[in-house]
Design a protein around this ligand. Structure first.
Ligand code: VGL
Ligand code: ZN
Length: 247
């Protein structure tokens, strides 16, 4: 309980700032004083990661309602989109004699091989139609270089190139980020770790994410790795309840 109380305190602090920003909207001078803004990062809510997709995450489609409800709690909402060319090196089909799940070296880093997925312009690469886009300010695409994969929404897996998400959030005055989406044990995990590494105060909303679980404990291990890195872990209801208390 101690942990969740602390976590709820953070949610309240963040949302209190959001509320004061809202109420200060008619007074631009006070808005400028508010340095702390809270962003929601929605990771890879794409058809290929949901049941029926080529890299399906169990119940991956079940979190979209919660993600839509959560969006209204944040000062800024952004999304990421896995966006591969068809010759991407992370596809087993592009590595002779290899099958999905095998591990190779790609771009100088270890690479799990996947079924073809998130191919630019394909239906599977599209964001779910059920995802509310009205508050999504920008979509950051990643994994476009065939020579290296990009799990994180901030950098490729070799940390060679930035997507622009980090600078964008800083320019927007964001200091706290909450991460949701797919998949918990890959793109959500690495997006949250990079956010924390870049100095954003980072929280995972655990039930607004689902794991691929190539190995049965991958999701649980991913949450532990995030906690070990200092990332807060909360439930969606805590974030939504904090709003009611602020009204
Ligand atoms: C993802 C594996 C490969 C993800 C993307 O969105 O978590 N996982 N590409
Ligand atoms: Zn991918």
């Amino acid at each position: 309980m101690g942990r969740s109380k602390i976590a709820t305190g953070r949610v309240l602090a963040c949302l209190a700032v959001g509320a004061s920003l809202l109420s200060a909207c008619s007074e631009p001078a006070r808005v400028a004083d508010e340095a702390t803004r809270c962003a929601l990062i929605i990771v890879d809510m794409q058809y290929d990661f949901t049941p029926g997709g080529s890299l399906a995450v169990e119940d991956g489609d079940q979190i979209v309602g919660l993600i839509n409800d959560l969006q209204g709690e944040f000062d800024l909402v952004v999304a990421t989109q896995d966006w591969h060319p068809s010759d991407h090196g992370s596809f087993a089909s592009n590595q002779e004699g290899r099958r999905p799940g095998e591990v190779i070296q790609l771009g100088g880093v270890e690479q799990v091989l996947w079924p073809d997925h998130s191919i630019q312009g394909s239906h599977g690469a599209e964001l779910l139609a059920e995802l509310d886009r009205s508050r999504i300010a920008r979509i950051f695409r990643k994994g476009t270089d065939p020579e290296i994969d990009s799990y994180s929404g901030f950098f490729d897996n070799g940390k060679r190139k930035a997507t622009g998400l980090g600078n964008y959030l800083k320019e927007e005055g964001v200091s706290e980020v909450y991460v949701v989406g797919l998949a918990l044990d890959y793109c959500v995990k690495f997006t949250a770790l990079d956010a924390q590494g870049l100095g954003f105060d980072t929280t995972l909303i655990e039930d607004a994410s689902r794991a691929v679980n190539l190995s049965p404990n991958d999701g649980i291990d991913a949450v532990q790795a995030m906690k070990d890195a200092g990332i807060q872990v909360v439930k969606g209801a805590e974030v939504l309840a904090a709003r009611t208390q602020n009204r």
